[in-house]
Every structure is written in structure tokens, then in C-alpha cells.
Design a binder for this molecule. Structure first.
Ligand code: ARG
Ligand code: MN
Ligand code: MN
Ligand code: MN
Length: 307
């Protein structure tokens, strides 16, 4: 089992500076060492970079750095496609616009291999704006729309070779969804679980039924973990905190259940902003969550069966 750590120091998709230091903070928090202690082989891909870009305007006046995000998306997509054939790529953000490239490239590989890709999107936000509906203009608010093939990206973002089926996407942890996103999600086919659904049903039951479907349909999984999925009390190091998020125990449970499926092939850990963190505690928590996803466990117990 080989993990490939890929730094994507992107901050042009957010309204706050500092997310470009996220990848460095994951390393300082001991991510590689933690994974090696679990018996995994770790390959360090280093940080990606883009050259200078020619600015480009979009009719939506709120949008700023579209050329830069397009350039990042292209670079990340290629690396995702290539590394997916060599191990498990782990994308260390950078803001959530990283997922536009990672998921696009992962799915290009999956389609080529004849595999059905499912995406678990762990986030306070749905990031389902198009370039035309975003009110903030922050492009970390659009990757879920781009990778599922919503219109309006052509000519701005790289052409999407293989859109992910909306029916294969499950969003968990939502508590900040803009009106345009909410109406677009309705009838999109995407499964959405907001915090109310988690409170009423328990996160284990909701995630469990999605994972069961992935197993039954013979799919593989990409996990996109936005730091703001977590409650700001335990994870303050993120630019877009929203109160009432996932608890320490809920987050670890999801990671442990994901590990039990054996189907997670790729991961984004995004939106960590070390400039806003408190003595590295958000980075350290995320390293522990990735460890749970990669097989750290409290006790030996029979692996849960999903059929
Ligand atoms: N929906 C809001 C916006 O478009 C928030 C997006 C936050 N996204 C994120 N990846 N943190 O600005
Ligand atoms: Mn997000
Ligand atoms: Mn978010
Ligand atoms: Mn924003």
C-alpha cells in the first residue's frame, strides 16, 4: 500500500490568505511519519506549482483569479491521473478549488480503468456554485459543480474529460448553503446530508448507507475532506469556520468506516490555514483523522461487512 503525498499550495480560491501554507503544516504535523508507522509506504511528490498566468475576465464581476485557478486545475488534474495508477494520492491543500483538479483527474483514470467513481464530500459547504452564480467570487465555492459537469465552465476551466455522476456524490456536514446552490442541489441527484440529518439519524447510519451502495455497485471512492466539516471548536485553522460542525468522534467514526470498506483510492485534505491555527492543533487533528482513514484503530475487531 503506497500513499503519495502531493502538496497543492493554492490560496487563490479563497478570500483569505494563508491556505497556501497548508501542505507545509501537514508535513510539520508528522503526516508522513504517522503513515509510515501504520506500515504504509509513503512517497513524497513535493509541492506542485504553476508559472505566471495571463489574467482573464469573466462576466461575473465578483470573480478574480480565474486564470490562476484554471492553471492549478490543469496541473492537479494531470498529477491526479498519473498518480492514481501508482498508489493512493493524498492531495494536501490549498483551498478546496484543489478538488476541481484532483477529482477530474481521478475520474479520468477511473473511467479508463472501467471503474465507477464515488465521491464522499465532507464539508460545511456544498461548493456547488457555477461561475455565474457565485456571489463571493471565491472559486473554492465551485469545484463540486465543475466535477459533476454543471454548465458554464467551458472556456474558463480546463475541459472536463469525465464528469462524475451526481448520483455518485454524497455530501455530509452541510450547514452553509447559498440559495442558488440549494435550488441547484434539489433534483441534481446528489445525496445531501446537512447537520440536522446527522443529528436526527447519526452520522454512522448516513455514511454507512452511502458506503453500502458503493460496495454493492462495485465502485471506488474519493474522499474530499474540507477542514470546515469539523466544528471550529476543535478545528479553528480554517478560513471559513461555521459553528455546529462534526465532532471529534463523528469525524473519526467516518474515517474508520471508510477504512473498513477498503475502497478509498484517493483523498483531498483541504482548507487548512496555518495562519489561523492555534499552535498546530488543527493540523495535528487532521493527521490523526487521516491515520484513522488509513487503518489506525483502537482495538482489533472483525472488519464490518457491507453486504
Ligand atoms: N458558498 C460560499 C461561497 O461561495 C462559501 C464557500 C466556501 N467553500 C469552501 N471550500 N470553504 O463563497
Ligand atoms: Mn469546501
Ligand atoms: Mn467548506
Ligand atoms: Mn467563500
Amino acid at each position: 500500500d503506497r500513499c503519495i503525498l502531493i502538496g497543492a499550495p493554492v490560496e487563490a480560491g479563497t478570500g483569505r490568505r494563508g491556505a497556501d501554507m497548508g501542505a507545509r503544516a501537514f508535513r510539520a504535523a508528522g503526516l508522513a511519519e504517522t503513515l509510515r508507522d501504520l506500515g504504509l509506504e509513503v512517497r513524497e511528490h513535493g509541492n506542485l506549482f504553476i508559472g505566471p498566468v495571463v489574467p482573464k475576465a469573466h462576466p461575473n464581476p465578483m470573480i478574480g483569479d480565474i486564470a490562476e485557478i484554471a492553471a492549478w486545475t490543469e496541473v492537479i488534474e494531470k498529477v491526479a491521473y498519473e498518480t492514481a495508477a501508482q498508489g493512493m494520492p493524498i492531495f494536501l491543500g490549498g483551498d478546496h478549488s484543489v478538488a476541481a483538479g484532483s477529482i477530474a483527474g481521478i475520474n479520468r483514470r477511473a473511467v479508463e480503468d472501467g471503474r465507477e467513481l464515488f465521491v464522499l464530500w465532507l464539508d460545511a459547504h456544498s461548493d456547488y456554485h457555477t461561475l455565474d452564480t457565485t456571489e463571493s467570487g471565491n472559486l473554492h465555492g465551485v469545484p463540486a459543480a465543475y466535477v459533476t459537469g454543471r454548465p458554464g465552465f467551458a472556456g474558463y476551466f480546463p475541459p472536463l474529460v469525465a464528469p462524475v455522476k451526481p448520483e455518485n456524490v454524497c455530501m455530509v456536514g452541510l450547514r452553509s448553503v447559498d440559495p442558488a446552490e440549494r435550488s441547484a442541489l434539489d433534483g441534481s441527484g446528489i445525496t445531501v446530508h446537512d447537520m440536522r440529518a446527522i443529528d436526527e439519524n447519526g452520522i454512522g447510519r448516513l455514511v454507512g448507507s452511502f458506503l453500502k451502495e458503493v460496495v454493492v455497485r462495485g465502485g471506488i471512492l474519493h474522499v474530499s475532506l474540507d477542514v470546515d466539516f469539523l466544528d471550529p471548536e476543535i478545528a479553528p485553522g480554517v478560513g471559513t469556520t461555521v459553528p455546529g460542525g462534526a465532532t471529534f468522534r463523528e469525524a473519526h467514526l467516518v474515517m474508520e468506516m471508510l477504512h473498513d470498506t477498503g475502497l478509498v483510492r484517493s483523498l483531498d485534505v483541504v482548507e487548512l490555514n496555518p495562519f489561523l491555527d492555534e499552535r498546530g492543533r488543527t493540523a495535528l487533528l487532521l493527521v490523526d483523522l487521516v491515520a484513522s482513514l488509513m487503518g489506525r484503530r483502537i482495538l482489533d475487531r472483525p472488519t464490518r461487512s457491507w453486504s
